[in-house]
Structures are given as C-alpha cells and as structure tokens.
Write a protein that binds this ligand. Structure first.
Ligand code: BES
Ligand code: ZN
Ligand code: ZN
Length: 489
C-alpha cells in the first residue's frame, strides 16, 4: 500500500503525481521534475509559497494524468515536519476527490539538508497517517482512504530503503489505533469495553495479558484508583500487558492514564471544560498501542504496560472532596478535589508496577493537568524527570517524531504545597499556580527512587480541528515517540 518506486515518468502511466516545490531553491535533482517546476513557476499564481497549489492536466512531458504542485515555502523552513505535512496534505487532497492512488515525488536535490532516509521516513509517516478517516459513526462513508501511495525516488534508493515502508506502516498503524480509541465516544468505551478492546488486540499479538477486576483491585488495595471509579456504574479495571522477546534484558515500563470520561466527579467540571473529556484515556491508548506495536515489530526490548482504566462520575456512591484513602503503597491521600483523579489512579499503577516488575525505567503518560496546557499550549507535552539522561532521550525522540516534549522543573520546595493536615499527602496543591508541576510532584512521591519520567499530554492528545496529517479527534501522541525511544533504550 505504501511503496517506493523509481518509474520513468515519461513512460509509465500514473493518475496523479504530486510534486513538493520550494519557493527559493531547487530541491529536486530529477531533471524532468525540475523542468515541470519551472513551468509551474511561470504562472503568476504559483511561486512555491507554503500552501500554494496548482494542477496541470495531460501535459506532454509526462504520462501522468494530473500533476499537482504544492508549495513548501522557503528552503530554511523545510524540515522533516514540513515533509510530513506535505505528504499528509497531498494524500488528503486526493482522498477528497475520490482518487484511489497517488505518486509523491521525494525532494532529494543537493540543496536538501535532510538526509534521504529521514525525508523518506517523514513523507511515509505523513502519507500513512493522513490516509485515515474515523468515520465509524457516519452513515455515508463518502471519503475513502487511498489504496496505493507511492514515493518516487532514484532506482538505487528504492532498493536501499525498501525495508522502510514496513516499519513505518507498523508504527503509524499503532498511532492510528490510539487515535481511534481516543476519538471513540465515552459511551462506547466505558471501562469494561475499552478493556476488552485492548485485550482482544493484545492477545492477537501474543502479548501476555492480565486484567485485574474490581474484586482483585480491592483485595490488593488499589484504593486510590477505586476511589475514582466509585461514582461510576462501570467498575475499574487494571490492564497489564507484557511484551517479552526471547532476548531479555532490562525492562521498560509504560504507565498510561485511562479515564474513559472525566466529568470531574463531585467537583463537577463546568460545561465548557467537559468538552473533550472522552480523550482523558489518551495515555492509556498510547501505552496499549505501543505495546501492540512493539510486538508487531518484534522489538528487542522487554516492555510492560500498566493501564488503569476508570470512569470519573458523580453519583451517590462517588468519592467526596475531603475523603481520605489508603493508596496501594500504604500512604494515605486526602482527596482535596475529585477532579484531580488522574494522579490517584496513576499512583496505584506506579507503585504496583515498581513493586511487581522493578523496571529499569518507568515512564507514565497522562492527560494530567489543564495547567500544562496553559504553560505549553496545545501542541507540546510537559516532561518531568529527575533523571537528566532519560529526560534528554525523551526530548530527542520527541524532536525526531515531532511529538514535542518540553522539560519542566520539579523543585523540592513546591512539595510543601501538597501537605495535608489529615493524611500523608493531598491530591491537590494549596496554590492555584504551577499545577502541572505539583501534579508531577505528587506522582513523584510514589515513584520511589526509580528511573522515572512523567509526560503530561493534556494539550497535544486531542485536536478539535484536523491539520496536516491528523484529523479532528485523538492524535495518538506518544506512540511514535515511545517506539523511537524503545529502540534507543
Ligand atoms: N483530565 C484533566 C486534565 C485536562 C484538562 C486534560 C484539559 C485535557 C484538557 C484532569 O483530570 C483535571 O481535571 N485536572 C485538574 C486538576 C486540578 C483539579 C488540580 C485541572 O487541570 O484543572
Ligand atoms: Zn479531572
Ligand atoms: Zn482527568
């Protein structure tokens, strides 16, 4: 479905050829393509500025029925993300007009500072991810994904990079899996359904799967987590996925927040804040999809995924502000605010994970705080860790995949803000400010001396309006980042 090709444009018929065009420099070393670009630039309306677009039909130079030129802007602005966006947009344009296939020309001239492999990877990612629509809930499925996407490269490159497509397709299918889970409305992914959906796919990939139900959670003392689920008619579940390759080395643990709907509980959210709270299980989706992808890729590293799944609802059985619960590790927690529920389910998951698996590295990912969105906006995740090396590795993977993470501090003196008069700790800060940091510090109290990092994806997990290579809804943030990171760790 996604392939490299080096067809002769003069001889081979294609339906649609799409060429990325730089505004100020030549970025192709294919003479024929350069000639076509020159021709396009002779038009007043096309200069190669970002999002410029022009289409030629049935021109004599090539056998393509239509040749579309898309502007990338100035050379200095062309990075791998620009190529992802280009490929995503190109594919989406074809989908919109019902074309079944497309040929994308890969820029590879001497002016291009991006290595061929990186350019190909980025374009494949953008094309694969852009070629998906979540239309499960539409009666008329008007727009269909393309059946075939080809990237035009030189003959030796087609050979050299022939393995790339399979890897990228697997990872991006993982991202799409996470996206669809996140986009699914909360009435179709209540904790038991979401659990079943994860388990079904995980078993298909031969992951070791274990689900703790409410009874076991009670027995084992997951009381912080159970306190969050108490208001919902659907009980809590803890999903544990293990990927154990033959070659076993150090084990990496991923923990993902799985709140299938966050109403706030008794501290009910105001109307506008309820919007999008179906996405409060994005961390869980990223972890489950990563484990499934690791298995599909037959990675060489052991990974365990710990996924606490609950629904945060107000009712007569819900936890109240002021309640005190004894967490899995024994510390008592005063629930200052029932809307700070993510950290309650995560601390039990973190302490359980550390006790049972003693992982070499443990990373949690969660739509944890609105404060993180205030700090970093909707496209960048907050990153917290006491371990510089781990933080750096995550930052680098974030840069490479454009799932950007920005490290924030965890100052010791802020811990004071979490003091409780009644219990060992309180789940909310006594200050309005720095909420992403105090959220992370709360988790840190339960990470012990593990090599731990926390990624707050409250901003980038979800988008209201589609863009380059992602439709409106879940973004699948974290899957590509984790897949890159696991390869490195
Ligand atoms: N799920 C929310 C965080 C969130 C906010 C995610 C916006 C996505 C977009 C979380 O459970 C929450 O409600 N956090 C509170 C914490 C507060 C009560 C300390 C918040 O951010 O207001
Ligand atoms: Zn909440
Ligand atoms: Zn939440």
């Amino acid at each position: 479905m996604l392939n490299l090709t080096s067809v002769d444009l003069k001889k081979v018929k294609t339906e649609t050829l799409i060429i990325p065009v730089c505004e100020d420099k030549i970025i192709h070393d294919n003479q024929l393509i350069s000639l076509l670009i020159k021709k396009a630039k002779q038009l007043k309306e096309f200069t190669g500025k970002k999002n410029d677009e022009v289409i030629f039909y049935d021109i004599e130079e090539v056998k393509a029925k239509r040749v579309m030129f898309l502007g990338l802007g100035k050379l200095e602005k062309i990075d791998t993300e620009a190529l992802r966006e280009f490929a995503g947009k190109a594919v989406k344009k074809c989908m919109k007009i019902n074309l079944p296939e497309v040929l994308l020309s890969v820029p590879c001239g001497k002016n291009m500072k991006i290595e061929v492999a990186s350019a190909l990877e980025a374009m494949m990612e953008g094309a694969f991810l852009g070629n998906h629509i979540f239309d499960k809930y539409k009666k008329d499925k008007k727009i269909k994904p393309l059946k075939k996407i080809e990237l035009l490269v030189k003959p030796d490159e087609a050979e050299k990079y022939s393995g790339l497509s399979a890897r990228i397709s697997t990872v991006c299918a993982g991202t799409i899996l996470a996206r669809d889970w996140v986009s699914t409305p909360s009435n179709d992914k209540r904790p038991e359904q979401f659990t079943r959906s994860i388990v079904n796919l995980a078993e298909k990939e031969n992951l070791t799967v274990r689900v703790l139900d409410e009874k076991e959670l009670k027995q084992k003392g997951f009381n912080a987590m159970l306190a969050v689920a108490a208001g919902s008619q659907i009980k809590a579940r803890m999903v544990i996925l293990e990927y154990n390759p033959k070659k076993t080395g150090k084990r990496i643990a991923l923990v993902g927040k799985g709140v299938t709907f966050d109403s706030g509980g008794i501290n009910l959210k105001p109307t506008n804040s309820l919007d999008g709270m179906k996405a409060d299980m994005s961390g869980a989706a990223a972890v489950a999809a990563t484990l499934i992808t690791a298995a599909r890729q037959k990675l060489d590293v052991s990974v365990v995924g710990i996924i606490p799944i609950v629904e945060n609802m107000p009712s007569g059985s819900a936890s109240r502000p002021g309640d005190v619960v004894k967490s899995y590790d024994g510390k008592t927690v005063e629930i200052g605010n029932t809307d700070a529920e993510g950290r309650l389910i995560l601390i039990d998951a973190l302490s359980f994970c550390i006790k049972k698996y003693k992982p070499h590295t443990i990373i949690d990912i969660a739509t944890l705080t609105g404060a993180c969105v205030v700090a970093l906006g909707e496209k960048i995740a907050g990153l917290f860790s006491f371990d510089d090396e781990l933080a750096k590795a995550i930052e680098l993977s974030g840069k490479k995949t454009h799932e950007r993470c920005w490290r924030l501090p965890m100052p010791d003196d802020y811990k004071e803000l979490l003091k409780s008069d009644l219990a060992d700790i309180k789940n909310v800060s006594s200050s309005r400010w720095g909420g992403a940091i105090t959220g992370a510090l709360f988790l840190a109290e339960f990470a012990g001396d593990s090599r731990w990092a926390h990624i707050d994806i409250a901003g980038p997990a979800y988008i209201k309006k589609g863009d380059g290579y992602c439709g409106a809804g879940g973004t699948g943030f974290g899957v590509r980042l984790f897949c890159d990171l696991l390869d490195k760790l």
